[in-house]
Design a protein around this ligand. Sequence first.
Ligand SMILES: [Zn+2]
Length: 352
Amino acid sequence: MRALTVAPGQKRSLAVQDVPDPEPGEGQLLVDGIAVGVCGTDREIADGDYGWAPPGRDRLVIGHESFGRVRSAPERSGFAAGDLVVGVVRRPEPVPCGGCARGQFDMCRNDQYTERGIKQLDGYASQAWTVETEYAVKLDPSLESVGVLMEPTTVVAKAWEQVERVGDRAWFDPHTVLVIGAGPIGLLAAMLGVQRGLDVHVLDRVTDGPKPALIADLGATYHHQGIEEVVDRTKPDVVIEATGVGQLVFDAIAGLAPYGIVCLTGVSPTGRLTVDAGSLNREIVLANDVVVGSVNANLTHYAAAAAALQRADTDWLRRLISRTVPLERFDTAFAPQRDDVKVVITLQDDTR
Ligand SMILES: [Zn+2]
């Protein structure tokens, strides 16, 4: 079968290769890959800046935003041929730490976890793959055209769970949320905010392309002015930051309503930023603000994401998939284009 592989640490090493067909072990599903999504992490791996091959190998099958259809399943596993499934990205480490021992592998304390398509485990960008039944999540057949959005939705499902857990430390009745960045993570975070009945505002730089209409059609408000102005006008109770732009993070904290919560989901490049640490400290202390980081997702977040996708307007979700590229043309999927939202690689159609 064909798979998209990469030599981690090596620039421009992405290639479609013939690899052996997967053999399902005991308790595993055999899945025909439908598609994988491409995100910033995949581009970092492709640029040689991130990722780890499996022990003893040079190359890794990339792809962690999975979506496929079950070809075969163990008896009494709860899965059957034809089911739509997504494979979970992370696996707990064998030590395990206290988090991993409790199913909270997304909160691993010692970084010895592994991740499909990222860290030491082959990913899902192959025409067939196997997955342990306990790390497979079934999707409703109505989500056939948008199932590839599941993994990014798990990331925002966790972010919202973190916001609510932090909020529940005292009386919490949020009304307004500001999402910074209208990429797939920001748009899906906004969708979950609308589902919670909140007044949702989204800030991005663009003034054209698909993003303003996507946000308006969600019932949210789009902004493209400076962050200080937007924060001042909206006085958000919650900020979900999805760009990783350091300055925006600090500007958002500075303008929060009292008892505000900022959830950071974007990863900043390292580098110096001039910050008035004293003002920041005063702001956070005197307003009981919290800044919380959130990454990855465990099985509870996959369940929450599946429910959120089920509740969402499928036509709206479909518009998030702005480009679909066949496996043999993967290079175009890894070259960002203007107006991209989510770029997807299809795994079957181009091989016949
Ligand atoms: Zn752990």
